[in-house]
Unconditional design. Structure first.
Length: 468
């Protein structure tokens, strides 16, 4: 019998999605499916490796870890580069954490081999004892990893054939850049080990359908933004919107809603410095038509934020111009597979989620905002790690973290075969999961890229036809 070519062998996906509205539960805890992701997804996708303010000076480096892979991201004289974090001699891990290699380079702690910040071998102890072939530059220089920078972050990809970052994410990058994502800096950085599959943690933020029950303070403030989009009856769980509500009252309710987000996120996607300015516009004279009034109010908020924050030395983008030229961003924008940002006005929260196992993940949150030059806070070089049920997290993450582990437990129910999705507002979950299947099945990269583009602006959106 002829031997099977390993390059042509793809393990069978036992839990492939066959109905876009039904997601098999075992995708969230099966060891076999986790291994498929580990071997066929993660090596081929762009991963957010670090924020650039972590490596501001030449020689600064930081370690990025995901599953069994560890990468050095380093600020060199010719830009940000990445290398596999192992000695080319006998595989010893070179570095942990962060540091600066401008003077020392990278030194193997086992036998003292050295490399400069560009990954070039500079010293091999007893090199005369090795064969000439063993000392070839391709053999001894650190192995590079593809690295691109965008949005204040460095991204890495192990796949040399994958499209570049901009082609992968398309217009989404243009939209977020126009809204200033590349100019914000870290205010704080939290992390936690969450007892749940990494995909569950991602999917909790793909729809607003959960807001009424999970975040009741937001629903009470502005019910027309939450439950009224889905059903006229809240079943006694929430407050129904009032179609006869005046424009002035709607504005005041919306400001209360923004304040709930600001407080609940501990800053992040909406800052108190923004709220101080927004509250000044509560009684703005507006057109009688509600739609025209809200549009005019938003425009006035954007102008006033740029003006007032600019007086403090913060360089805020023209948000009205950004919306006109590249279109508005969704409340949440996802960069497949594990990074996303949330924005209201000029500030952001960003989330990164990495798998630790089939039923565990490391969940990080950054608060990102603009600062006047010279007033930037000290850069956090590692997250403040708390238990997932810690009351030190802002309220909204606390609320989300209370649900996700319970969902992980419930998915093990003997008769729970699959999740049943709302086709109109939980579509991104289906799209996301089917893109994962596409990577596992070896779908052509051009089709995967086109599918990833359909994630843009699809928060709270419908199930899409992906073309595979």
């Amino acid at each position: 019998m002829a031997e099977m070519d390993p390059a042509k062998f793809t393990p069978k996906n036992e839990f492939k999605i066959t109905d876009p509205e039904r997601i098999p539960s075992k995708r969230y805890f099966s060891d076999e499916f986790f291994e498929l992701e580990k071997e066929l997804l993660w090596p081929k996708v762009w991963q957010m490796a670090c924020r650039l303010e972590q490596i501001p000076e030449v020689g600064d480096w930081v370690e990025y870890k995901n599953l069994d892979q560890t990468v050095i991201v380093v600020h060199t004289t010719s830009g940000v580069k990445a290398f596999q974090n192992h000695c080319r001699h006998r595989g010893v891990k070179l570095v942990s954490g962060d540091g600066n290699c401008a003077k020392s380079g990278f030194v193997c702690p086992f036998h003292g081999w050295r490399w400069n910040m560009d990954g070039k071998s500079t010293f091999i102890y007893g090199r005369e004892r090795f064969s000439e072939e063993a000392l070839d530059a391709a053999e001894v220089n650190l192995k590079p990893v593809r690295c691109e920078t965008w949005g204040g972050c460095a991204f890495i990809n192990f796949d040399e054939k994958a499209p570049n970052l901009r082609k992968t994410f398309g217009s989404q990058l243009d939209q977020l850049e126009a809204h200033g994502v590349d100019k914000v800096r870290s205010q704080w950085w939290f992390g936690t080990v969450l007892p749940a599959n990494w995909k569950l943690a991602m999917e909790a933020f793909m729809e607003g359908y959960h807001v009424m029950t999970t975040h009741p303070e937001m629903q009470r403030a502005a019910p027309e933004l939450t439950n009224a989009r889905y059903d006229e009856d809240t079943g006694g769980l929430g407050v129904l919107s009032d179609p006869g509500k005046s424009t002035a009252q709607r504005i005041k309710d919306y400001i209360e809603y923004l304040q709930a987000i600001c407080t609940g996120m501990g800053g992040g996607m909406c800052q108190e410095k923004e709220m101080e300015i927004i509250r000044e516009l509560a009684d703005l004279e507006l057109p009688d038509d509600t739609g025209e009034a809200m549009q005019a109010w938003y425009g006035a908020v954007h102008v006033r934020l740029k003006e007032k924050l600019g007086e403090k030395g913060e360089v805020i983008p023209d948000l009205n111009l950004a919306a006109m030229t590249t279109g508005p961003t969704s409340a949440v924008e996802f960069l497949f597979p594990h990074y996303f940002v949330l924005r209201m006005f000029s500030s952001y929260s960003s989330y990164r989620i990495r798998p630790l196992g089939p039923e565990s993940c490391f969940f990080e949150i950054w608060s990102l905002t603009h600062f006047a030059e010279g007033e930037e806070p000290e850069v956090p070089h590692e997250p403040t790690v708390l238990p997932y049920d810690s009351k030190e997290f802002p309220l909204i993450p606390q609320q989300d973290y209370s649900n996700i582990p319970l969902q992980q437990i419930g998915l093990h129910g003997r008769d729970f075969e699959y999740m049943r999705l709302n086709k109109d507002n939980e579509g991104m979950i289906s799209d996301y999961q089917r893109i994962i299947d596409g990577y596992i099945d070896g779908v052509d990269q051009s089709k995967l890229t086109a599918a990833i583009h359909k994630l843009t602006n699809n928060f709270d959106g419908p199930i899409n036809e992906l073309g595979f």
